[in-house]
Design a protein around this ligand. Structure first.
Ligand code: AMP
Length: 176
C-alpha cells in the first residue's frame, strides 16, 4: 500500500480528548469511514497480508470490529462471525470477561460459530491494553479455532497491548 494511502488514513483519525472519561484520548475512526478513499485503503491494507493465508473466517469484535471486519471477510472470500457484548446474541453462547482501558466488560460468541481447526483472523479497530482482543482470542482457542493473527487499524503502543496478546500475533496499520 503506497505511503500516501496510509497517510490519508492517519490524517482521517480524529483525536478526541477526555472521551469517554477524563484522561482518555479517543481515536475517532468515523472520518475514515466517511471518506471513501480512506475507507477503501483501510480495508485493503487490513486484508492484504492475509490473501494467501488460508483464512477460514474473520471474527469481528463489537462494534467497530464489525465495520472493518465484514468488508475484510468479503475481500478474503470468507465468512464473518461477530463477538458481541453480553445479551446481544440470540443463540447459545460462550463468554469471557476482560478489563479494558476504561472499565471492564464481557464478550460473547455463538457456541456453534467456529469449528475446531478453523483458521481465524480477528479484526478490531483499535488495540489499547489488549484485554478485549485477548478475551476474544482465548474464547476462540477454547473452541478449538486457530487464531492466525489479530489485525487492527490502530495500535496505541504505549499501552503495550501487543505484549498482552502474545503469543497471539498482532498486525496494525497505524501506530500512535
Ligand atoms: P483494549 O481492550 O484496552 O485493547 O481496548 C480495545 C477496545 O476498546 C477496542 O474495541 C476499541 O474500540 C476501544 N478503545 C479503547 N481505547 C480506545 C481509544 N483510546 N480510542 C478509541 N477506542 C478505544
Amino acid at each position: 500500500m503506497p505511503t500516501n494511502q496510509i497517510q490519508l488514513i492517519r490524517d482521517c483519525i480524529r483525536n478526541v480528548p477526555d472521551f469517554p472519561k477524563p484522561g482518555i484520548q479517543f481515536k475517532d475512526i468515523t472520518p475514515v469511514l466517511s471518506n471513501p478513499a480512506a475507507f477503501n485503503a483501510a480495508i485493503e491494507v487490513l486484508a492484504a497480508p492475509y490473501k494467501n493465508s488460508n483464512i477460514d473466517l474473520v471474527v469481528g469484535i463489537e462494534a467497530r470490529g464489525f465495520i472493518f471486519g465484514t468488508p475484510v471477510a468479503r475481500l478474503l472470500g470468507v465468512g464473518f462471525v461477530p463477538i458481541r457484548k453480553p445479551g446481544k446474541l440470540p443463540w447459545k453462547t460462550r463468554s469471557a470477561s476482560y478489563e479494558l482501558e476504561y472499565g471492564s466488560d464481557a464478550l460473547e460468541i455463538h457456541a456453534d460459530a467456529v469449528a475446531k481447526g478453523q483458521r481465524v483472523l480477528v479484526v478490531d479497530d483499535l488495540l489499547a491494553t489488549g484485554g478485549t482482543a485477548r478475551a476474544a482470542c482465548d474464547l476462540l482457542e477454547e473452541m478449538g479455532a486457530n487464531v492466525v493473527e489479530i489485525a487492527v487499524l490502530i495500535e496505541l503502543e504505549s499501552l503495550e497491548g501487543r505484549g498482552k496478546l502474545a503469543p497471539f500475533r498482532t498486525r496494525s496499520v497505524l501506530t500512535f
